[in-house]
Write a protein that binds this ligand. Structure first.
Ligand code: PMP
Length: 388
């Protein structure tokens, strides 16, 4: 007899998991899923090892250890001039993914609408649906991928409660400019909307390009949930330590939801991240320079192999434009042939969209890899170019 399983919402395997599986099956170089070859400052890993030996080992405070919440508060005050009260305004979660889930479940209910800006990180729409709410898509177009007020306005309905914003943007590698932030602010204020600001890539940008949080806008501070991730800051994606920062009433609702998702997060990893946020701010400068060098290296190699690039300045990603590269197939066919026949895994950007008529000419590569890995991939990509 077959067991009846599942809920009302079909959930597919993410494109990242699927492409990583193909990369393994075909012995390909994986420039698909976003994880770096490097693994963060030694001191942070040592702190984790020490904390694992010495403990504590039992459930930490539900909202996160005092040490980590205080360190997050100091970190944002120092790096973005953006203070959060560690007691009432910070909730530590098991990765930004759990912060997103807790925020979405806390702030949206059945029938509510949430604006989801495409290309969208792939967790957003499924989580919104899990809350019983409806994703209201705003579709951006390459090559600029810019948000404007009219596009946002057109998506708002009386049911809309939340705008989900990702900045810097995965997959495009863009950072929002002041006009785009203003458009978001105007629409949020005009329609009394909350903002879930997924800012996990805030530290992964050129040193001269400062990240400006939506929560730093005094008009938005009380209606914005700012989400961060130690995985991105310290290049330890597998640790899954993240957080949500928001005004006390919103933070309390998120904390209440978080109780029944994971309740808490490894105390050793929280301790290590706390020490890193206080002690390794200097390391971030070098990290950013290295990431920029990797981006420039992959970009130059792709261009000399004949691929046209889309603009990208932050995150671990950059994209090529297939049409402008003279390649007449869509992104999914390109990525499938690239991994199977040429041994390089990449991500089709159409996976960050839903529905019909989505842009199918962009392919995302992760450049946060060892130089030798990028060089081997570039050799394969140069050979592949003549085949498409
Ligand atoms: N949001 C965005 C935009 C991301 O790119 C990622 C990770 N790829 C996450 C959230 C999830 O972060 P974490 O691994 O901390 O759950």
């Amino acid at each position: 007899m077959t067991q009846k399983v599942g809920g009302p919402i079909p959930v597919r395997t993410t494109i990242f998991e699927a492409m990583s599986a193909k990369a393994v099956a075909h012995g390909a170089i994986n420039l698909g899923q976003g994880f770096p070859d490097a693994c963060g400052p030694q001191s942070v890993r040592e702190a984790a090892a020490r904390a694992l030996l010495e403990g504590p080992h039992q459930y930490p405070r539900m909202r996160g250890t005092d040490a980590l919440r205080e360190a997050i508060g100091r970190h944002y005050a120092a790096t973005q001039g953006l203070p959060f009260d560690p007691v009432g305004e910070i909730v530590v979660t098991s990765g930004a993914t759990e912060a997103l889930a807790a925020a979405i479940f806390a702030l949206l209910g059945p029938g509510d609408g949430a604006i989801v800006i495409e290309p969208a990180y792939d967790a957003y729409a499924p989580l919104v649906r899990r809350a019983g709410a409806v994703p209201q898509f705003v579709r951006l177009q390459p090559p600029g991928w810019r948000i404007d007020r009219a596009l946002l306005e057109a998506a708002v309905t009386p049911a809309t409660r939340v705008i989900l914003v990702n900045d810097p943007v995965n997959p495009t590698g863009r950072m929002l400019d002041a006009q785009e932030r203003e458009a978001i602010r105007d629409v949020a204020l005009a329609h009394d909307l909350l903002i879930i600001a997924d800012e996990v890539w805030e530290e992964v940008r050129p040193n001269h390009r400062l990240h400006v949080s939506l929560a730093a806008d005094p008009a938005l501070r009380s209606r914005t949930v700012k989400i961060g991730s130690a995985g991105k800051i310290f290049q330890v994606t597998g640790w899954k330590v993240g957080w949500a920062c928001a005004a006390p009433d919103l933070a309390a609702r998120i904390a209440a939801t978080h109780q029944y998702l994971t309740f808490t997060t490894s105390p050793a990893l929280q301790q290590a991240v706390a020490e890193g946020l206080d002690g390794e701010r200097g390391w971030l400068t070098g990290m950013r320079d290295e990431i920029e060098a990797g981006r420039a290296h992959l970009a130059a190699g792709l261009q000399s192999a004949g691929f046209a690039l889309l603009p990208s300045e932050a995150t671990w990603f950059l994209s090529i434009d297939l049409t402008a590269s003279g390649i007449a197939i869509d992104d999914v066919s390109f990525c499938t042939r690239l991994v199977v026949q040429h041994g390089v895994a990449a991500i089709p950007v159409s996976a960050f969209f839903e529905g019909e008529d989505v842009p199918r000419n962009a392919v995302r590569f992760c450049h946060a890899k060892a130089r030798a890995t990028i060089d081997s991939a570039l050799k394969r990509l140069a050979r592949a170019k003549s085949d498409f």
